[in-house]
Design a binder for this molecule. Structure first.
Ligand SMILES: [Zn+2]
Length: 286
């Protein structure tokens, strides 16, 4: 599993805010310190989109919070509820880590998938949770992504996946790495059907997820400032022994190098998705 800048931050839940992981760098002071502008922000100022009121920094959202701001209210029908990984390789401490992640997030794995409508347009939605073992992809994350794609093929509707991942889940070894090939193969079938797939890359998306389904969409969007890469900047710097360019692997850098179609601020995401679904022939429910 790759270490991203996300992994280096101390992430603790803010009292009364659900369990959304937010960084709080100064202990015993109210609110949070914004990592972009360094100003203090009170929790209530972040509102539902969790944006810094001073500079617009995008604080992390967990999967349920993301669902809330994207899917039409009450439209989400979750697939594969409760499906979770088992410790096939008997990796020491994995069971305990899984139990802890389940208890802390209320999820059974690092992605939720289901059918929903966005602005009235039906789609299959997948949302990764950066707080569940760093959004790492093990066999169940890969399986849920594949089943979501298959459901979209069956229903002949668009697929939208929000990615957030530290990479492959090291506790599942080769079974984790296999998910890159598996999701890519099923996605190949999805593309043959001529259906629309939109991926929205959020901070951070690295490792196996960035090198598979995050980067293989018809339309690839990202949130401002998101770290996107295979190996993290620290590893690359050490390997090539060279200074990396400013903003290396940030969404803005990736857009400038042709790896993204567009950077969309969180407040505009739902409207943007609605527009793409409409332009690609989506028919509203009812
Ligand atoms: Zn700020």
């Amino acid at each position: 599993m790759l270490k991203s800048s996300f992994g280096k931050q101390k992430l603790i839940p803010i009292p009364g805010s659900g369990r959304g992981p937010l960084d709080k760098t100064v202990p015993n002071e109210p609110g949070l310190k914004c990592p972009s502008c360094s100003r203090r922000v009170m929790e209530m100022e972040l509102k539902e989109h969790k944006l810094c009121p001073h500079c617009g920094h995008h604080f992390p959202l967990n999967a349920r919070e993301r669902l809330e701001i994207i899917a039409d209210s009450g439209s989400f029908q979750e697939f594969e509820v409760g499906l979770r990984s088992i410790n096939t390789l008997e990796f020491p401490g994995y069971d305990e880590k899984m139990t802890q992640a389940i208890n802390e997030t209320g999820l059974s794995e690092a992605i939720i998938t289901g059918k929903a409508t966005v602005g009235g347009y039906p789609c299959v939605l997948g949302i990764m949770d950066p707080g569940f073992m760093m959004g790492s992809m093990g066999s169940v994350v890969g399986e849920k992504v594949c089943r979501a794609m298959e459901r979209a093929i069956e229903l002949k509707i668009a697929l939208i996946i929000f990615t957030a991942s530290g990479g492959a889940r090291m506790q599942e070894g080769m079974l984790s790495l296999l998910q890159m090939a598996k999701t890519t193969a099923v996605l190949g079938r999805f593309h043959q059907e001529g259906l629309l797939y939109i991926s929205i890359i959020t901070n951070p998306t690295t490792g196996g997820v960035s090198a598979s389904f995050a980067s293989l969409a018809d339309i690839i969007l990202a949130e401002p400032g998101a770290l996107i890469g295979f190996a993290g900047p620290r590893v690359i710097k050490q390997t090539i022994s060279e200074t990396l360019p400013a903003g290396f692997q940030k969404a803005e850098f990736m857009l400038g190098h042709g790896m993204l179609d567009c950077i969309v601020e969180r407040g505009q995401l739902k409207k943007t998705l609605e527009l793409f679904l409409r332009l690609h022939g989506g028919e509203k429910n009812g």
